[in-house]
Design a protein around this ligand. Structure first.
Ligand code: GLC
Length: 396
């Protein structure tokens, strides 16, 4: 996996932005990183990506001709879990320090000028890497650093640590930014934009034939079970396709299959597993649902669904509030309230005109979230030169 280390340079200036990620799994933050690196490269900003574990994103970066290396630590990084047992802590810390040191050596030799940590684990390893390579470390925050995710104590530790070790923050939403300690630090919100898709408009299906899609890893916090429960009390019988694999060791898929059977929904629920490009499934769906039970930091899948011409229903907290205007280009619901969730679903299912008007407005909204715009904001923030002469060291 390990490639030779090449020194690279931007079109203008000497910058090389190196992204560090602890996983190359096909999940939201990593997809966003791949898209961002690609868009920065297209602007003439040299980038590279260092993963500390292998996965499908490595191949994807190869395909896009973005330099990528897998820098493995002393053992499988999936064994190091933030918030894991107390005994695992010293081993985890040692592993991260060791890997961080190796990452620093890599970054230095390849001529990196800025390190960008793409996760909390990457931030810990990036801290050591940045010290070794004597480079600034920016934290690109994809998670809300809140007690909901990490517990109160750990969330506070991560917040303080982030403040101490990072030179600045790029947050994927205002909601994420607000969960950080940013006093006297540079910080910017850069919504994760999507790459353009061409999906022709379609006739809305009649209520009895409506198709629903939900894209997201099969993890409890993503709330697929909440959709199943709402469907069980819905006045209609739509078909549902769940797109997404189980990641990071959680076997929520089995639980969901059992729940679908228990609720008598098995004939109209499909678990498609991980699909590398869900566009065609979204392009065929009438409604896309997002129903995370924990506050979603941003919610790229919502924008993808809007761009694919779906009417969307999303959870009414965090990132989705920054994407969807309730009742205009989608509906916002509390997915833990089964009755109101089902009522929102039914209101879209039964009225095909409203559904298709919302879908058209959603399509227009999605054009506000382009990866080019994300890259422009990030380039400006990092102060890296691009082909248009925007940015540049010291000017950002
Ligand atoms: C993470 C977040 C998700 C966001 C993505 C890209 O996966 O959970 O909300 O869309 O990162 O920033």
């Amino acid at each position: 996996m390990r490639q030779s280390i090449r020194r690279r340079r931007s079109v203008r200036g000497d910058d090389l932005v190196t992204f560090i990620s602890h996983t190359a799994a096909a999940s939201g933050a990593e997809l966003a990183t791949v898209r961002l690196a690609t868009a920065l490269e297209a602007k003439g900003v040299a980038t590279s990506v260092l993963f500390t574990d292998t996965g499908p994103m490595v191949e994807e970066l190869h395909r896009r001709a973005i330099p990528v290396n897998v820098v493995s630590g002393p053992f499988d990084s999936s064994r190091v879990r933030i918030g894991g047992s107390v005994t695992a802590l010293p081993i985890g810390v040692w592993h991260m320090v060791h890997t961080g040191w190796t990452l620093g050596g890599f970054a230095k030799q390849s001529g990196s000028t800025i390190l960008v940590a793409e996760s909390t684990k990457a931030l810990l390893m990036g801290t050591i890497a940045a010290r070794r390579a004597r480079l600034p470390l920016i934290w690109h925050v994809h998670d809300r650093i809140s007690s909901e995710y990490f517990g109160t104590a750990l969330a506070s530790i991560i917040r303080v640590l982030g403040w101490v070790v990072s030179a600045g923050y790029i947050a994927n939403s205002t909601s994420t930014l607000k969960s950080l300690l940013t006093s006297r630090k540079r910080a910017v919100v850069a919504y994760p934009g999507i790459e353009p898709v061409v999906v022709p408009s379609r006739e809305p299906r009649p209520p009895a034939e409506v198709e629903i899609a939900m894209v997201g890893r099969l993890e409890r916090w993503k709330g697929q079970d909440l959709l199943l429960r709402a469907l069980a009390v819905s006045a209609f019988r739509p078909s549902v396709t769940f797109v997404g694999g189980a990641h990071f060791g959680e076997d929520f898929g089995t639980e969901l299959t059992e729940l679908a059977r228990e609720l008598g929904l098995q004939d109209r629920v499909t678990f498609a597993g991980h699909v590398s490009d869900p566009t065609s499934i979204l392009a065929d769906a009438d409604i896309a649902v997002h129903c995370s039970r924990t506050t979603e930091p941003f919610g790229q899948v919502i924008v993808e669904a809007m761009a694919a011409g779906c009417a969307v229903i999303a959870a009414n907290s965090g990132g989705p509030l920054e994407i969807v205007s309730d009742g205009v280009d989608g509906l916002l619901v509390d997915p833990t309230d089964t009755t109101s969730f089902a009522a929102a679903l039914d209101s879209l299912i039964e009225d095909s005109d409203r559904r298709s008007e919302m879908a058209e407005r959603a399509r227009a909204t999605s054009t506000r979230f382009t990866i080019e715009e994300t890259a422009a904001i990030v380039a400006q923030f990092l102060g890296v030169a691009d082909r248009d002469g925007v940015g540049g060291r010291g000017r950002g």
